[in-house]
Write a protein that binds this ligand. Structure first.
Ligand SMILES: Cc1ncc(COP(=O)(O)O)c(C=O)c1O
Length: 383
């Protein structure tokens, strides 16, 4: 079966969060799901499962554990054991479970800013103080970690909450950088909670490195959260997994479920199995399409939307756009009202990000072009 990445699909009738949040004449370029149909291998697995008319509670089978062990080895040269895996209904619940179960009260949680809002706000859910580590672009458009600032922050921290690859900056942490970060956490006896949900969406031939794969000392203090949901576009199936290699940590992490974090979606388990075992070809094609979309967007911003600045994301289908030079009161509101384009507001990602918006380019090219034309028109007709 061929994948037609160019055809727009009608989603309003499906109860899609992305498509039902705004009025019908607004183009939704906000929440992180893609406007591409999922891989045929996943659809086949779901259809096969639905041949059986019982949908009771499900539990991950050995075959899924083996598939994930193999994927982590082949994709990232990360060797784990099947029992290191904990299945969850989402990465966000996993982050909160880890904070709740593993961070002593009063200890700080260090995280980079800007950051995905559910991560930014997670420490407050558990009355834990947040310690911000600002990421700033250098002259090459890279966002290097300030290691001395990190060392300083870790003195008062119980955990480091990492987003790698990073949402919204699309930063991919290098192995060397992760080693410095991980070694600092070992020295300061700080837990690492690493959200790696975007691990399979890397551009320009880059490879993802899980921080826990760096060395056994780092692995022993890490909870890594992953899911097929972003790369294979199945976020609505609410299935994710944690890798916790330290058995004591894993036992305490599991205790954090405590009636709050439920078991995993039955269909999500089958979809996850199909994604990691049969979804590689589909993902390769989607990645090539996304990379072209990213480059098309970057070119259009440079040539057609002066006043907006964008650094090339190295991962994710999310672009972080600096609108400061446009001098708008509220860029998200401006484009919503005048271009009928819904972007994510920068303020969701950090207090000082009011001049930024995040644009989701995981969509057919025609939809991206429509978004750009609308934004261009809205700026040219500005009074
Ligand atoms: C960095 C990051 N973490 C977590 C999530 C949400 O994950 P889940 O839906 O599995 O809770 C997202 C969704 O966009 C994300 O970008």
């Amino acid at each position: 079966m061929t994948i037609n990445l160019n055809s727009a699909i009608e989603r309003r009738a499906t109860g899609s969060k992305k498509w039902s949040q705004y009025a019908d004449d607004v183009l939704p370029m906000w929440v992180a799901d893609m406007d591409f149909p999922v891989a045929p291998a996943i659809m086949n697995a779901l259809q096969a499962r639905l041949e059986h008319p019982l949908l009771g509670y499900a539990v991950a089978q050995d075959s899924l554990r083996e598939t994930l062990v193999k994927h982590l080895w082949t994709a990232y040269a990360w060797r784990i054991l099947p029992e290191d895996l904990v299945f969850l209904p989402g990465v966000e619940p996993g982050v909160n479970m880890a904070l709740h179960a593993l961070v002593p009260s009063g200890a700080g949680v260090a995280l980079h800013t800007p950051n995905y809002s559910p991560l930014l706000n997670a420490p407050a859910n558990w009355q834990l103080p947040r310690i911000d580590l600002p990421l700033r672009a250098d002259t090459h458009g890279e966002y290097p970690t300030d290691i001395p600032a990190l060392e300083h922050a870790l003195e008062n921290a119980g955990a480091l909450l990492l987003s790698n690859p990073h949402n919204p900056l699309g930063k991919v942490f290098s192995g060397e950088e992760l080693q410095l970060i991980g070694d600092a956490c070992v020295r300061h006896d700080v837990l690492i909670i690493s959200d790696e949900i975007h691990a399979d969406i890397l551009f320009d031939g880059r490879r993802h490195t899980p921080i826990a794969s760096i060395n056994p000392q780092i692995a022993a203090r890490s909870v890594t959260l992953m899911s097929a949901s972003k790369a294979w576009n199945i976020a609505g199936l609410k299935t994710a997994f944690a890798v916790v290699q330290n058995p004591q940590l894993r036992q305490r992490f599991n205790a954090g479920r405590l009636g709050l974090v439920d078991s995993v979606n039955a269909l999500g388990l089958d979809a996850t199995q199909a994604a990691y075992s049969e979804g590689a070809d589909w993902l390769r094609k989607v990645m090539a399409y996304l990379q072209d979309n990213r480059d098309y967007l970057a070119d259009a911003i440079r040539t057609r939307l002066p006043g907006i600045q964008m650094h090339l994301p190295h991962s994710t289908y999310l672009a972080w756009l600096d609108c400061s030079a446009l001098a708008l009161d509220n860029p998200q509101q401006f484009f919503l009202e005048h271009a009928k384009v819904a972007l994510s507001a920068g303020t969701e990602f950090g207090d000082d990000c009011g001049q930024f918006v995040r644009l989701n380019f995981g969509c057919p090219r025609a939809m991206l072009e429509e978004c750009l034309s609308r934004m261009e028109r809205s700026l040219s007709t500005r009074g």
